[in-house]
Design a protein around this ligand. Structure first.
Ligand SMILES: [Zn+2]
Ligand SMILES: [Zn+2]
Length: 313
């Protein structure tokens, strides 16, 4: 299992990657577009090159992009839908150019049109997102503006707590979208967020519950299709359908269950990423020294070695 965290880049992704590796991580999640804007940023060839060079130098840590929160492929609205497809295509393209392995996106909310209508829209939206570029002037697909071609990242559908008409609280929603697009099977996968599982009512707070939840994922989706994990505790109770992340052990999910979940041998092929709140100093800067300790405890909980080589029980 590769294990890292979501990093704020402050427009300096190479520096964020160095910080992550210095903490002992071997996987980073980042935003490659502004998460609250419909506009994808202009290409930055120098930065893309610097990212690829830094990754090679740092032992090839995994890179996962999180798509903008605005994207809603399940939306019945005629304006949001094409905007969502365009931004998700641009996100895949930007991720490919820095050598990223996958893009995680929220599969969206039907906003009242119903689960069936939402799923149909979602499936259509994924197909449009992954469709090859129609002509060479279409800069959102490979080959890109510098003429190079890149291997295409996976598109990962994230599970949800299911509040507010959101799809993905049920594993069937994820499986149905994947199963409807068999010709894109090698481009698609799933990201499971532990706080979202908890919010959706899957009791991963005990070893038995964690095991049963993974049995259910395997039965409905297939664990091979789970490629990434978001490793978060939750501030909200089980089955609240609400999503407020907490640091591991500081929320409502008992650590004994979280540990069993993370240490399950059926998840060793995944890339695990914390999306927990970063500690801050009185001057509001991130307290990286404290985060390093928090991060090491999380790695140890997953049974992974710390940089010093010892596994803390
Ligand atoms: Zn997410
Ligand atoms: Zn969340």
């Amino acid at each position: 299992m590769r294990f890292g965290r979501h990093m704020p880049t402050e427009s300096r992704p190479v520096q964020a990657l160095r910080q992550l590796v210095a903490m002992g991580g071997d996987a980073m999640q980042l935003f490659v577009t502004n998460p609250r804007s419909w506009q994808a940023p202009a290409y930055n060839l120098a930065e893309e090159q610097a990212m690829r060079a830094a990754r090679a130098e740092l032992g090839d840590p995994a890179l996962v992009a999180h798509a903008a929160y605005l994207i809603n492929l399940a939306s019945p609205r005629d304006d949001y839908f094409p905007q969502s497809v365009a931004l998700l295509r641009a996100t895949l393209d930007r991720t490919a150019r820095i050598g990223g392995e996958s893009v995680v996106f929220h599969i969206g909310s039907h906003t009242g049109s119903g689960v069936e209508a939402g799923l149909a829209r979602l499936i259509d939206g994924i197909a449009q997102t992954l469709a090859p570029a129609e002509n060479a002037n279409d800069t959102d697909g490979a080959p890109g503006v510098d003429g190079a071609s890149y291997s295409q990242p996976l598109l990962l559908l994230e599970n949800d707590t299911g509040g507010g008409g959101k799809l993905g609280a049920s594993f069937e929603h994820l499986a149905r979208a994947l199963d409807a697009l068999p010709h894109y099977a090698d481009r698609l996968g799933v990201c499971l967020d532990t706080a979202h599982l908890w919010g959706a009512g899957f009791d991963i707070g005990t070893p038995e519950g964690a095991c049963a939840t993974l049995d259910e994922v395997d039965r409905v989706i297939g664990l091979a299709r789970v490629r990434a994990l978001h490793v978060n505790d939750s501030r909200e109770p089980l089955a609240s359908h609400r999503d407020v992340h907490a640091r591991l052990g500081e929320g409502t999910i008992p650590l004994v269950g979280m540990q069993a979940f993370l240490c399950d041998p059926r998840l060793t092929h995944t890339t695990a990423l914390l999306e927990t709140p970063l500690p801050t100093l009185p001057n509001k800067q991130v307290d990286w020294q404290t985060e390093r300790e928090i991060f090491q405890r999380a790695r140890a909980l997953a049974g992974l070695p710390t940089p010093e080589g010892d596994v803390v029980p």
